[in-house]
Design a protein around this ligand. Sequence first.
Ligand code: ADP
Ligand code: ASP
Ligand code: MG
Length: 403
Amino acid sequence: MALIVQKFGGSSVKDAERVMNVAKIVTDTYSNGNDVIVVVSAQGDTTDNLISKAMEINQKPSTREMDMLLSAGEQISIALLSMAIEKLGFPVISLLGWQAGFTTNSVYSAARIKFIKPDRLRSEIGKKNIVIVAGFQGVNKYDDITTLGRGGSDTSAVAIAAALRADRCQIFTDVEGVFTADPRKIPGARKLQEITYDEMLELSTLGAQVLNNRSVETAKKYGVEIEVLSSYNRIPGTIVKEVTSMEKMLVRGVTKDTDVARITIMDVPDVPGIAFKIFSRLATRKINVDIILQSVGRGGKKDIAFTINKSAKNAAMEALGNSFSELQNTKIECDTNVAKVSVVGAGMESHPGTASKMFEALYEIDVNIQMISTSEIKISVLIDINDADRAVAAIHRAFLPEE
Ligand code: ADP
Ligand code: ASP
Ligand code: MG
């Protein structure tokens, strides 16, 4: 007998019919002699709709109250799915994050799981119940509800699989697995049979929404193999694991991230210590900086540009605005019309032509590159947001032509 963790995303439980479909998948797994813990997200657009409701009342609500509000979405789903499973005649119990033992830190709206106290989950499994757990939420040391950040239910599922040493962790979604690009945007995208944790971590950090990057981080840390598959049919999906048996593909995927802003500080004095002063001010405010570009000094002046998440742009501009003497006579600009397009693949490490091939694909469609950043297994470029979709398509065609 195996312990199987199954997670169903918002589109998989969006209405009564989809909830009944999930109940059937879960009870079939249970009927095959397995213990089953299910993690569910809020139905369809519920989380977005709750955010809109909040914005109608207060544009700057506290993150504590946002968590109180958003966690309600998952509470609805667990009850409805449990009712569907009851209707099919199976023993079932729904649990909120805190009931399932999720203890997080106190960073409301972006909490990290500290540990899962597994007693209740174990005891319900012991009673032969199918256990339905609300994803995306936990409780902190003040007994307040916290949420894990958008897409956090994936992490809830992987964390349960790690804590209970589950035999399988399946993430059901609305596509058949992890593809070489978003299959809804790139018709030629191919489904991958397997992908390594490192490659998947890059893909999800760089914009492939299909798995939340924290969930991949957690899976890698605890060695949890993840299967990403569709709740719409019953065909095998993509396995995310440490080492893949397939040959190293040069490029495993192409992604875009439009949640990016670029800040440029022009005419900074070309003297030591400036970069330290700028980036330490951002770090103090916990603003993550991604690509950094510094021009060669000319006439005692230089420019520094960097990218951040769009949501941090006001905080970053505030942190910098004339905050120290060397910034007095500079011009600081923030551009949100940018997108980061990336290629990811472990095969790149030993393949020097990858960057030039990517740049050629962009040149052929006349797209200007504003910034470039590379690591062993990825290359990212910053381009105009309006060029992003055709850039992904052109780069995908260049590396992964249709067979
Ligand atoms: P869920 O509601 O199940 O959590 P998400 O909407 O978070 O699902 O993630 C699934 C979506 O991710 C797909 O519908 C697809 O459009 C998008 N996606 C983006 N990049 C990829 C990729 N490389 N492979 C598969 N899906 C991707
Ligand atoms: N409901 C949350 C969201 O929409 C969590 C999740 O779907 O994973 O972000
Ligand atoms: Mg998701």
